[in-house]
Design a protein around this ligand. Structure first.
Ligand SMILES: Cc1ncc(COP(=O)(O)O)c(C=O)c1O
Length: 403
């Protein structure tokens, strides 16, 4: 199967060897006492991010009504768009701030005129955030939601392509599946979509910060993400990227004062940039925290982060593959940092047992069964610990009872 995302992003210097993991881990209090292998659920914010949120809250409150506050606040929010744009390879004007990934999907879903019979393609590996909005449109406007099933080794294009027809309006798909950890071949899907005049929305909640993302190179129309997973930022932050064409013709559905460029008492003109999709007052402090989180990741080094993430993923996959009782739910080489697998009908019990007996945090998830997710702050020791603990749990001869 053709793969477009490098499994192990190249880092000419092999920098991650120089990463001071012990120092990094000391800055993340959530790592105390537990092996935290659930960054796909929530990313633990380092202390500098927590401090920045508190400092902004304090500064803002102390300076209410003082000169300079609106300008500085405005500049900080612009900085938040710029920081995210830097990660995505686009401009700040193409990015709107959102409160989470779901809001980006909703902005897209409600950003066009739908007619009964219009079709949207999604996959069976999506978070409900990328399912529920489309079903809502089906109820409201009679659109048809077509869900493709992607087996572990299926090339997603082979199942998407046959569904395309003259009623298809949108493909909405995760970059990295939160269930299996599958990396979808977005660039190829984008080419296919464009050739059929279909819009492509990519849900990047699991990818931004985990693997390199370049929205221009990917060729998608919309890319959405949240700040509180791989970016290790505060909850309640996120964003959406609009391709220039999508920026031009997507309808703003929740228009508020942020959308306005001019108002003459009778008519108003919308901003041309993506900010027009932001409605009202933001929670300033959390965006300041997100800027700090991105700066912190860049200080650690994004290439090094991606490389270490891939290394840990491949170690984890190798260990899981050694256990015949487990069934891996994604191609082994797609090193996303998210690994879905099943242990049969005892997935929930196994996760619970591992947390309570071994202080290992992993997560039961959807159809895949169990999800382990790693990030650069995890260690090889944690993965070896998980591997041995799973062996203990599965080994009936050892007499370990779980559940
Ligand atoms: C792939 C994916 N999409 C969307 C979401 C929802 O994110 P949010 O709560 O930021 O809207 C998640 C959260 O787990 C996710 O994993």
């Amino acid at each position: 199967m053709a793969s477009e995302t490098p499994c192990v992003p190249s880092s000419p210097t092999g920098e991650f060897a120089d990463m001071d993991i012990a120092h990094i881990r000391r800055q993340i209090s959530a790592l105390d006492g537990y092996a935290y292998l659930n960054v796909a659920g929530a990313g633990p914010a380092p202390q500098v991010v927590q401090d920045e949120v508190m400092a902004w809250m304090e500064w803002h409150n102390q300076n209410l009504g003082r000169p300079g506050l609106p300008d500085r606040t405005h500049a900080m929010l612009h900085q938040a768009r710029s920081s995210m744009a830097r990660l995505l390879g686009c401009t700040a004007d193409e990015v709107a701030l959102t409160h989470n990934a779901t809001e980006g999907i909703l902005l897209t879903a409600w950003g066009r005129h739908w007619e009964a019979g219009d079709e949207v393609i999604i996959t069976d590996q999506e978070h409900p955030a990328n399912v529920v909005p489309w079903h809502n449109l089906a109820q409201r406007y009679g659109i048809r939601v077509r869900m493709v099933r992607i087996e572990t080794e299926t090339d997603p294009l082979l199942v998407i392509q046959p569904l395309l027809n003259d009623r298809t309006r949108m493909i909405s798909i995760s970059h990295i599946s939160r269930e299996t950890g599958r990396i979808m071949p977005i660039k190829r899907i984008a080419r296919l979509a464009r050739a059929h005049g279909v819009r492509l929305l990519v849900d990047g909640a699991q990818s931004l910060g985990a693997i390199p993302v370049d929205v221009v190179d990917l060729g998608c129309d919309y890319y959405v993400w949240c700040g509180h997973k791989r970016l290790l930022g505060p909850a309640g932050t996120g964003g959406i990227y609009f391709h220039p064409q999508a920026l031009e013709d997507t309808l703003p559905s929740w228009v508020g004062w942020n959308a306005q460029a001019q108002w003459n008492g009778k008519n108003h003109a919308f901003l041309r940039r993506a900010k027009r999709f932001e409605s009202g007052t933001h929670n300033y402090a959390v965006y300041a925290g997100l800027i700090r989180a991105i700066d912190w990741l860049e200080e650690v080094g994004l290439d090094a982060i991606w490389e270490r993430n891939a290394m840990l993923d491949q170690l984890l996959v190798a260990r899981l593959q050694q256990k015949p009782a487990l069934c891996l739910k994604r191609p082994a080489s797609e090193a996303s940092g998210v690994v879905g697998f099943s242990s049969g009908d005892n997935n929930h019990k196994l996760c619970l047992w591992l947390r309570e007996q071994e202080r290992l945090v992993i997560c039961p998830v959807g159809q895949a069964g169990i999800r382990v997710s790693v990030h650069f702050f995890n260690t090889q020791e944690e993965i070896e610990h998980l591997s041995l603990a799973i062996d203990r749990a599965l080994d009936e001869n050892a007499g370990v009872q779980y559940g």
